[in-house]
Design a protein around this ligand. Sequence first.
Ligand code: PA5
Length: 328
Amino acid sequence: MRDMYLSWPSQIRNALGSWGGYAAKRRHDSVLIVGMGGSGIVGDYVAALAMQLGGPSVAVIKSHLLPRNAGDDALVISVSYSGNTHETIIATKEAIERGLETVIVSSGGYLKALAEKRGLLHVPLPPGLAPRASLPSMLFSVLGLLDASGMSVVSKGVAEGALQFLEGSVADIAKKGDEIAEWIWRAGGLLTIATHSPLDPLAIRAKNEFNENSKVIAKVDVAPEWMHNDIVGYEGPLPVSPAVIELIDPGDEVGRKLVEFMEKIYLSVNGKVLRVELLGDNLLEKMLYGSLLLGIASCRLAELRGVDPLETRGIKEYKGFASAVFKV
Ligand code: PA5
């Protein structure tokens, strides 16, 4: 699993090789990105990038329910690493039925066959990876598709810069990721990922990675929203003290101050805190840096806990149940 994470630069290089090779039939006003879990997070990343860098309005659908008010002009991008996820298949079929232009991004599966049958654009992903470990392949495929479709969020030049940055940082990230895992292992308590907007998706991604790879429960705290609800929960007696990984963009003065405010509260309830500053020149690089760092940390934590990071028994069990609940 760790090797899959260490292959991220080559995943990006491959995706850059087909950048511009896949395009929607026309430019759209808005984009709906449909997907679940390790594939669904791609939508959150694209939405956060579009909010900061500009581009089309992006809505993220992590459900079988396609919003009724999805405009007729939306481009639907269905992302499923396996191509077999029930919720994604149902929402995708609904989009096709409604006549929305739909593009499928998958390594194969039912959705690839559906694309072939319905004459939809299919963007292939490299096979043989765990969905969550193929984040760069999925993310750069979607960013390349948008760029080639007149709805650019990230240009090819910016994407190439991110590749260069990651290539130069992998060794350092691997070392730091191991250190973070060892800190979590020693700290005990409720693993909490604290950050500030617009890094929300990175904190969610980190939580998901610790859930799936390390088999631990984790909480996500994002400022400033945290200050309007969660904060009060720390006033009562706590069942368990938090072990907090703070993710900070060092270039965001307000964000840093907000997380420092949170830190005082964590410390007041005997929490332990580890601050992680995200390196990189822009949001894409910072999110890649943080994603790889915490992906590696989640693998090392799995090792320390004696669990297999690849095995996701609960998800498999749910998918069996889902095939009886959802009719595809
Ligand atoms: O990371 C994982 O393995 C999961 O979160 C999957 O991504 C999720 O179950 C959806 O499957 P897929 O990515 O194949 O659509």
